[in-house]
Design a protein around this ligand. Structure first.
Ligand SMILES: Cc1cc2nc3c(=O)[nH]c(=O)nc-3n(C[C@H](O)[C@H](O)[C@H](O)COP(=O)(O)OP(=O)(O)OC[C@H]3O[C@@H](n4cnc5c(N)ncnc54)[C@H](O)[C@@H]3O)c2cc1C
Length: 358
């Protein structure tokens, strides 16, 4: 059964893994020319650690230093799926047309193809969502906060750790990367919705520099580093609120369907859980999407409500002047023992697989 996945982020690559695991044939189309590096620092707790464990990736994640970045996780997921999954980089869905037997998909570059199902894992600004469910504005709620992240040399000599600074309405964090040779900076500032071109990094840098102009150390040095950065990520902290995550043969997962905002510290975890549940329900239903999508939505609602609540509380804390204190907490992968104590809610969709585990 051919399934098209739009987006090779955490949600898309994890879904590719689980669909393949259950015997489906996933194809991933990713707008970027390659898997994305960098991103925000992520931490995993509870069920997300269980999913990583079931993918036999937990040891690799724990093998990394305290701070792991989204790009490192996506890199791991890509490595374990690339032999068996078709990845198409540098392309994007252009149109989707559903009929009784499948979905006809046209692409911006490639030739049209037909799939049994389509999964939209293309992030907060999901193309799949706008094509199938309606315009962005209908579902996206801005939390009044923007975040910029970028790589820089580890000039602070940070040892597996981070440093935080806060000012009224603004915060900065610098976190060392894997081998301590590099670092990533996160700059957060309060603002109502801003109009800008999402693909114009030079414009993003100007916006951030204007917001932080006149601030003292370490901001001037960080702004200087940002001006040279090749991998700036800049976006609003926003949540996606939808009554349904599927329509016919198309389903959404991860930030595309239920973004909880970086202030939740749960976006990557939620993407992993969503991928596991969606693929598992499809397997249990023998590929019957009408049954599987309905159960997927029921199973995920509780997680999403909880994570979105955390996202709103995280934004509130920022506005109360205790900004993103969790940046280091968010990035702290819990001990496996702790994690197992918390795991009570995930179904086991793969008994034969689980049975072979030591
Ligand atoms: C500063 C920061 C800190 C964070 N901290 C944490 C944390 O501690 N814990 C945590 O769990 N999460 C955290 N997150 C959030 C987490 O990184 C995201 O929520 C998570 O990565 C969502 O994954 P996703 O795959 O749904 O979406 P994305 O990561 O946005 O991936 C979407 C993919 O789709 C691709 N795409 C977009 N449009 C198209 C298109 N038209 N066609 C094809 N492909 C397309 C994109 O290029 C991308 O590869 C943080 C985020 C930030 C920014």
């Amino acid at each position: 059964m051919d399934v098209l996945i739009s987006g090779a982020g955490v949600a898309g690559s994890a879904l590719a893994y689980w669909l393949r695991h259950h015997g489906f044939t996933p194809t991933v189309v990713e707008r970027a020319p390659r898997v994305l590096a960098g991103g925000g620092a992520v931490g995993f707790r509870g069920e997300a650690l269980d999913v990583l464990d079931r993918m036999a990736l937990l040891e690799q994640v724990h093998g990394l230093p305290a701070v792991i970045f989204t790009g490192e996780l996506i890199g791991l997921l890509y490595e374990v799926t690339r032999q068996e999954v078709e990845y198409v980089f540098g392309d994007s869905i252009a149109t989707l047309e559903q009929d009784a037997g499948g979905v006809r998909v046209t692409f911006e570059r490639g030739r049209p193809r037909r799939f049994a199902l389509v999964a939209g894992a293309d992030g907060l600004h999901s193309r799949t969502r706008s094509l199938v469910f309606g315009p962005h504005q209908r579902f996206v709620r801005h939390l009044g906060l923007y975040t910029a992240t970028f790589s820089l040399p580890n000039h602070l000599g940070l040892p597996d750790n981070g440093r935080l600074s806060s000012m009224p309405g603004k915060a900065a964090a610098v976190l060392s990367t894997c081998d301590n040779t590099g670092a990533r900076a996160e700059l957060h500032f309060a603002s109502g919705p801003l109009a800008y071109d999402r693909d114009d990094a030079a414009q993003h840098k100007r916006i951030v520099a204007e917001q932080f102009a006149g601030e003292g150390r370490p901001i001037p040095r960080l702004l200087e580093e940002m001006s040279r950065a090749q991998d700036l990520f800049f976006d609003a902290n926003a949540q996606v609120e939808m009554d349904r995550w599927s329509s016919g043969r198309v389903a959404l997962l991860g930030d595309a369907g239920y973004c909880a905002a970086p202030t939740s510290g749960r976006g990557a975890s939620q993407a992993l859980i969503g991928a596991y549940v969606l693929a598992g329900e499809l397997a249990v239903a023998g590929g019957d999407h009408t049954v599987a999508f309905a159960t997927y939505e029921r199973e995920m609602r509780g997680f999403v409500a909880e994570h979105q609540q955390m996202g709103r509380e995280g934004a509130d804390r920022f506005f109360m002047g205790t900004p993103i204190q969790e940046a280091s907490g968010m990035a702290d992968a819990d001990a496996p023992g702790m994690a197992h104590a918390q795991i009570v809610r995930l179904k086991d969709y793969a008994p034969s697989f689980a049975a072979t585990r030591p």
